[in-house]
Design a protein around this ligand. Structure first.
Ligand code: ATP
Length: 307
């Protein structure tokens, strides 16, 4: 039987008559990096705030780690600004957190935790002088003090530069792979989550529209390819049975297809078309997300399978 980390049943939050989280029922199993994706206002933060006990549901229920005897340290979260003592060093902050959690202070582990997130444990300067990126790393280190099994993070890379985002991503992957921590992480930046989450919950207008795994996204072979060719008419004719093709610029054809690229190139070469270049357009997760959200909002629209 799967080990369930989070289970919700018709979880609902209504603010001033407005349904913010709408009958969410989901089961998150141990072991993954789960991306909760949706645009601003979709209800991600509210869902996470309920799961972390910061607000009470209006109706419905949820269970965290229902299958085992849960310790308070088994779940850690960053939802709001983490409480960091700004006049203390990073290591002192971790030590204080350890005391707060009622744990025996293990300086070796705490130092290793700082190293894991890319901070120097010997750095004595107060964290108020840290950059935003360093503060974010410290916030993540703080969540690891109690060796949690489950981490819940609301937009943890907000405000970071691309390098900072990439570094933090590496930390999450390490935590997940090496330490077996299950991570629920919300973001509206799909391209970012798409790089490392193992499954996704697509949220829109308070509802979970779909759960999809990263492997499923990979296997959805529908893609759009922009081809730069010497003869657009011949290209359209050659590709007519391989997908939807149309001219999209001088010597350019856009093809929405499920045919492998090698097959496309072979057919064009056999037809004598010179392909100067080709690029795959868009991002698989983003395309999938847009399609699911659009279908939910306009159930009767004919999207022809492409966006
Ligand atoms: P964002 O990325 O912008 O935070 P989100 O998907 O996390 O978006 P929520 O923050 O959960 O979305 O907000 C969903 C809706 O609920 C918004 O319309 C917001 O204004 C409303 N909302 C959230 N918290 C409250 C509150 N405490 N009181 C009233 N309305 C609220």
């Amino acid at each position: 039987m799967a080990d369930i980390m989070i289970s919700t049943t018709n979880l609902t939050k209504v603010y001033n008559g407005k349904v913010t989280v709408d009958n969410v029922s989901l089961q998150i199993e141990r072991g993954g990096i789960i991306g909760l994706v949706g645009q601003n206002g979709a209800g991600k933060t509210t869902l996470i705030r309920m799961l972390t006990g910061l607000v009470n549901p209006t109706s419905g229920s949820f269970k965290i780690l229902p299958d085992c005897k849960r310790l308070p340290t088994d779940v850690a979260a960053i939802v709001e600004k983490p409480s960091i003592y700004s006049s203390m060093s990073a290591l002192d902050n971790l030590t204080a957190q350890s005391i707060l959690l009622g744990l025996k202070t293990d300086t070796e582990y705490l130092s290793a935790t700082l190293k894991l997130v890319g901070l120097d444990p010997t750095l004595k300067r107060p964290v108020k002088n840290y950059s935003l990126g360093m503060k974010q790393r410290l916030a993540i280190a703080m969540t690891l003090v109690g060796k949690p099994q489950l981490l819940i993070l609301d937009e943890p890379t907000n405000g970071l530069d691309p390098q900072g985002i990439a570094d933090i991503r590496e930390v999450f992957v390490k935590l997940n792979k090496d330490m077996g921590v299950t991570i629920l992480i919300s973001s509206h930046i799909l391209s970012e989550l798409g790089k490392f989450a193992t499954e996704f919950y697509i949220m829109d207008k308070g509802q979970i529209l779909k759960r999809v795994t990263a492997d499923e996204i990979k296997n959805i072979s529908g893609k759009r390819i922009r081809l730069y060719v010497d003869d657009t008419a011949k290209t359209l004719d050659t590709l007519k049975d391989m997908g939807k093709a149309n001219i999209c610029g001088d010597n350019q054809v856009m093809l929405a297809t499920e045919t492998p690229i090698t097959q496309i190139m072979l057919s064009l070469a056999q037809a004598g078309v010179v392909v100067r270049n080709f690029v795959q357009v868009g991002d698989a997760l983003e395309d999938y997300y847009l399609q699911i959200v659009r279908d939910a909002r306009n159930p009767f629209s004919d999207n022809g399978g492409t966006l």
